[in-house]
Design a protein around this ligand. Structure first.
Ligand code: 13P
Length: 248
């Protein structure tokens, strides 16, 4: 039985003061949940969040990292820097980063390897665009992205990778994939992992759904056979909404 892992992705929202207030509100609301609860926040909030989440069941993640350890990469942050301040998770290859910041399957793969080298747990995003979906290419797109993202990882690393299936057309649009559709795509990703890394790894890997997850649809999504939690954007910005999702 896989554990549910529910992560909030704040994207480019909230300053340290706001993030501290948020934590104070949400900690008591999620203290009894059995799921893993993660908040992935802007770089400037990380240190404050790690400090104020100590002793609670909330884990802190970043939203990106560079694959090199250090060097002349203006504006970038490395895995070892994240590790040094107590960050545990990192989102890699979010569709917004692929779309607006030229991330490729190759850089995604490098970043995942660098995350593991720094003992950070990667949350790797895959998902098709509306155009790809309408052309019937969903399965091909998501299985290819998954295969290339995980290339060269050990079985143990794959088992410890969280995959977030986020259809791009469902992100921030209010349109959620039906639970059946989302579950089917996630099964296709799991089957692809099974083909390459074997059944044991495939059965253990956590695969989340992301795209307009809210308190009203969380329970249905989480009742399916293969959806192991969610990566939540907009609805993670309000403590009461995110707590409601976590307490589905
Ligand atoms: P929304 O929940 O706002 O649709 O965003 C999903 C997402 O991109 C999470 O990473």
């Amino acid at each position: 039985m896989r554990k549910k892992v529910i992560a909030g992705n704040w994207k480019m929202n909230k300053n340290p003061e706001e993030s501290k207030n948020y934590l104070q509100e949400i900690i008591p609301l999620v203290k009894d949940v059995t799921s893993e609860v993660i908040l992935c926040v802007p770089y400037i909030d990380l240190k404050c969040m790690v400090k104020h989440a100590k002793g609670s069941n909330i884990k802190i993640g970043a939203q990106n990292m560079h694959w090199e350890e250090s060097g002349a990469y203006t504006g970038e942050v490395s895995g070892s820097m994240l590790k040094s301040i107590g960050v545990e998770y990192v989102i890699i290859g979010h569709s917004e980063r692929r779309q607006y910041f030229a991330e490729t399957d190759e850089t995604v793969n490098k970043k995942i390897k660098a995350a593991f080298a720094n003992e950070l747990k990667p949350i790797v995003c895959v998902g098709e665009s509306l155009e790809q979906r309408e052309k019937g290419k969903t399965k091909e797109v998501i299985t290819t992205q998954t295969r290339l993202a995980l290339e060269g990882l050990t079985n143990e690393q794959v088992e410890n990778t969280i995959i977030a299936y986020e259809p791009i057309w469902a992100i921030g649009t209010g349109k959620t994939a039906t639970s059946e559709d989302a579950n089917n795509s996630i099964k296709e990703i799991r089957d692809e992992i099974c083909k390459i890394y074997g059944q044991m790894v495939a059965e253990r890997v956590i695969i989340q759904y992301g795209g307009s997850v809210k308190p009203s649809n969380a329970k249905e999504l989480f009742s399916t056979s293969d959806i192991d939690g969610a990566l939540v954007g907009g609805a993670s910005l309000k403590p009461e909404d995110f707590a409601a999702i976590v307490n589905y």
